[in-house]
Ligand binder design. Structure first.
Ligand code: ADP
Ligand code: MG
Length: 335
């Protein structure tokens, strides 16, 4: 089976034997989803069907970029974070180019509390960002969260470098202006340094990006530090890179309706209506909005899914979740 997958995606078995997470995890989950009994060899099933699907998926992703938003609320367990890092390392080894953009809401809250800095959110889900809040957010995100994720991926046998949106001017921003309400130094991402990101992934490195941006030189703002909502950053990075997929891992199964049922597929009109009738609120707003913005820029598939599920990333990628299975999380489509 593994040999089959490897041959199809052009890797050697010896190579796969070295990776810590087996694609069989994906096969098992896929089998559960499809009702196929992996490995039983007695009938309908099909372990081989599952293998063929994974192999096909990997072929479609070969040399493509996947952008993963790793939400702060989904990274509170050290065990889950470890599995996430292993998934990134595994995907790298399977030839998929991964860019990680992370959040860190709970970690920012913790640091701001210790610094005695008040922090509130605006209705659009953005953190109101005074200069003090931006400083605290940058300390927590760039100093702690970012380094832990990059190091975790390396410890899992992958290759990652942690950067902020100020490094190589990856995220150049302007101040977000919202209906005359001042929400401080919240960045709207105007330009993404895609050349730099492509160079990294082409060299086998996963950039792990903390969503702290810099101002635009032409606005004479190059020294300004912006707090960027991580969903905004991830959606813009995915869109500008024309990534194959934008995957948002969060702390909830996906977008829920008012009765708390999972909505497996949503298009742009659905999303507009759900925001209008206040089914989608707070931190879910930038996720759906920037998932659709990514699609508009050419991203092939966008998915919001539960990052608390062990190996959520690998499962969703290998079982083609973001492309429309609709079984894990919420698939976002244009129409
Ligand atoms: P993250 O750290 O992943 O960005 P957020 O807390 O910012 O997490 O956003 C996810 C949260 O959005 C959910 O935990 C939930 O409280 C909230 N939310 C608001 N509306 C919805 C909805 N319709 N479906 C699911 N979650 C929603
Ligand atoms: Mg959020």
């Amino acid at each position: 089976m593994i040999r089959f997958i490897c041959q199809n995606v052009g890797f050697s078995c010896a190579f796969l034997a070295n990776i810590k997470i087996s694609p069989l995890i994906g096969l098992n989950r896929l089998s559960q989803r499809t009702g196929l009994a992996a490995g039983s060899g007695d009938g309908l099933v099909s372990f081989s069907d599952a293998a063929i699907e994974i192999s096909r998926t990997l072929n479609t992703l070969k040399d493509k970029i996947i952008v993963v938003k790793y939400g702060g609320n989904a990274m509170e367990s050290a065990d889950l974070s470890k599995l996430f890092c292993e998934d990134v390392a595994t995907l790298q080894k399977l030839g998929v180019k991964v860019v990680v953009v992370h959040g860190g809401g709970p970690m920012i809250n913790g640091l701001l509390k210790r610094l005695n800095v008040e922090s509130r959110f605006a209705e659009n889900g953005m953190r109101i960002s005074t200069a003090e809040v931006v400083e605290g957010a940058a300390l927590a995100l760039c100093g702690e969260v970012n380094k832990n994720i990059a190091n975790g991926i390396c410890n899992a046998g992958g290759l990652a470098i942690g950067v902020s949106g100020r490094d190589a001017r990856i995220l150049e921003c302007e101040r977000l202006v919202e209906d005359g309400v001042d929400i401080g130094f919240v960045g709207s991402v105007i330009r993404v340094n895609t050349d730099f990101l492509r160079q990294m992934v082409d060299n086998g490195i996963t950039p792990v990006i903390a969503p702290i941006g810099c101002g635009m030189p032409e606005n004479d703002e190059q020294e300004v530090v912006y707090n960027v909502n991580a969903d905004v950053a991830a959606g813009r990075v995915a869109g500008e890179l024309c990534a194959a997929r934008a995957m948002f891992l969060t702390n909830i199964p996906g977008v829920l309706d008012k009765q708390k049922n999972l909505l497996t597929k949503l298009n742009m009109q659905d999303i507009e209506a759900l925001i209008k009738d206040e089914t989608i609120t707070g931190g879910m707003i930038p996720k759906v909005q920037f998932a659709t913005s990514a699609l508009e820029l050419g991203v092939e598939g966008a998915l919001i899914t539960d990052g608390r599920v062990p190996h959520a990333l690998l499962n969703e990628v290998l079982s083609n979740g973001a492309m429309g299975s609709g079984k894990g999380g919420t698939v976002i489509t244009m129409n």
